[in-house]
Design a protein. Sequence first.
Length: 284
Amino acid sequence: MKNYSYFKQIISTHKYRLSITYLLFMLEMGGDLLKPYFIGKAVNDLLGGSFHSLVLFLLLHFSWLIIGTIRMRFDTRTYSAIYNAVILQFISDKLGKSNISKLSAHATLTRELVDSLEFDLVFILEALFNVIGSLVLLFFYDVKIVGICLLVLIPISFISRQYGRKMSALTHAKNNELEKQVNVIGSIDNVEINRHFTAMRKWQIKISDQHAFSFGIMESIVGLLIGLSLYIAAKNTGQAINQGELIGIYFYIIKFNKGLETVPYILEKYASIKDILQRLITFS
């Protein structure tokens, strides 16, 4: 837990800025999650000659757009201020350190850590909104589809666990090599420089291959889920289903799948952040 105290300190110091940006983000995601429902209602109303639900959808869409625009503008100001404060403090604390190569690498890793707050944590929250929100709203369309989605989580969890272990080892090896970079370049030894960048390329390829493999397996499962869910929705135990409901179900299945697709990326970033925090604490 000591590793995460560094991360918690950053969040605690800038909690007010971060609270505002994450509140705006959650409002934005809430609006985005409701859009498929209102699209389906708008389609049904338009087929019946009414524009009421279309007006509601447009109000929701433009509210979502305004909130998203404000959030993006605020994000840049928030995270640039956080990075400046963190990196200046980090460098001032380490000025007496003799290992310039590690100091340079850790400055780069600190940038990656702050980026994870701006992009990766938001990505994780978006995935949670998509998975949990879609399951809740699909419950009001067809309970059987929710059951299928929950069953899909079993193989996804197993694959994710294996992927996470491999990514931790690969990320650790890559960052070990990264710490040597400044010293290697400073040596002006072409053989050593070539060896270093070849090794960096090798680790990056291994990380990419692992991500591609996991992505392929998950996408295969997701494809089966989409096909089976739409088939069940169309059958609907013999009851009539209107076009708007089918559109809503389709979009929520896509959102659920979109959340699942982020699992390899989330695990990759988790392994990276964990390794970065370990190095920053060790170097302190």
